[in-house]
Design a protein around this ligand. Structure first.
Ligand code: AP5
Length: 212
C-alpha cells in the first residue's frame, strides 16, 4: 500500500502541479486545505466569510478551523491521500499525526527551492475555473490567452497571487516551516526534492519517494 503523502513547500514551489499528476498517474486523492478554504469562500459560507480576509492578506487561518475542515474531508479507510498545504506549523504537524493519520503509514516530501524564484512563478500563475489545470504565463502558457487548453474553461488569477500578498505568504512560510521539517526529520519520514528542476524531473523524484 502506498504511503499517505504529505507535500511540504513554499507557496509556488509546485505542490499543486505535482499533486494533479500524482492523482492522474498513481491514483492518489488530492486534499488541499487551500482549495477547501477557497471552496468555502466561493460558496459564501460562514466559514468562508471568516477566512476570506485572512487569506487575501496571505496570513494563516487558525489551526482548529483548518484541522476540522481537513478531518471532515478525509476518509483514510477508503483512500490514499496527498496532503497539500497542511501542516503549516509544528502544531498542525502533530495534529495531523494524532487526529488524522494515527497509525497510517506516511511520508513527507519537502519541495526545496530558493524562495527568490517564487514571486515570479506566483504572480504569473493562472488556474482554469473549470477543470483546475494550473498554467504559468512564463513557463506554461495556454495556446489561447485566458482559455484552458484542456477544457476551454476561463483562466483566472488567484486573489492572493499579487505582489504584496505573495511577499507576506513567503515571509509567513519562512517563519513557520522549520518546526514542520524538524517534526518529520525526527520521525524519519522526511524526503527532500529539488523543486527548481523542470516539472518532469520533480515528478520522477516524487514517484521514487512513493515507491521507496
Ligand atoms: P494554499 O492554497 O495552500 O497555497 P500555497 O501553499 O501558498 O501554495 P500554492 O498553491 O500557492 O503553490 P503550489 O506549491 O501549489 O504551486 P503550484 O503548483 O500552483 O494556501 C493559500 C492560503 O490558504 C494560505 O495563505 C492560508 O491563508 C490558507 N491556508 C491553507 N492551508 C492552511 C493551513 N494548513 N493552515 C492555515 N492556513 C492555511 O505552482 C505555482 C506556479 O509555478 C504555477 O504557475 C506552475 O505552473 C508553476 N510551476 C510549478 N512547478 C514548476 C516548475 N517545476 N518549474 C517552473 N514552474 C513551475
Amino acid at each position: 500500500m502506498k504511503p499517505q503523502l504529505i507535500l511540504l513547500g513554499a507557496p509556488g514551489s509546485g505542490k499543486g502541479t505535482q499533486a494533479a499528476r500524482l492523482v492522474a498517474e498513481l491514483g492518489y486523492n488530492h486534499l488541499s486545505t487551500g482549495d477547501l478554504l477557497r471552496k468555502e469562500i466561493k460558496s459564501e459560507s460562514d466559514l468562508g466569510k471568516k477566512v476570506q480576509g485572512i487569506m487575501n492578506e496571505g496570513k494563516l487561518v487558525d489551526d482548529d478551523t483548518v484541522l476540522e475542515l481537513l478531518n471532515a474531508n478525509c476518509d483514510l479507510g477508503s483512500s490514499v491521500y496527498i496532503f497539500d498545504g497542511f501542516p503549516r506549523n509544528g502544531e498542525q504537524a502533530k495534529a495531523l499525526d494524532s487526529v488524522v493519520l494515527k497509525e497510517a503509514k506516511s511520508r513527507a516530501v519537502y519541495f526545496d527551492i530558493d524562495l527568490e524564484k517564487l514571486a515570479a512563478r506566483l504572480t504569473n500563475r493562472r488556474t482554469c475555473s473549470g477543470c483546475g489545470e494550473i498554467y504559468n504565463l512564463l513557463s506554461k502558457a495556454p495556446a489561447k490567452e485566458g482559455v484552458c487548453d484542456k477544457c476551454g474553461g476561463e483562466l483566472t488569477q488567484r486573489k492572493d497571487d499579487n505582489e504584496e500578498t505573495v511577499k507576506t505568504r513567503l515571509q509567513v512560510f519562512k517563519e513557520t516551516i522549520d518546526p514542520v521539517l524538524a517534526h518529520y526529520e525526527e520521525t524519519g519520514r522526511l524526503a527532500k526534492i529539488d523543486a527548481s528542476n523542470a516539472p518532469e524531473e520533480v515528478f520522477s523524484a516524487l514517484k521514487a519517494v512513493t515507491e521507496a
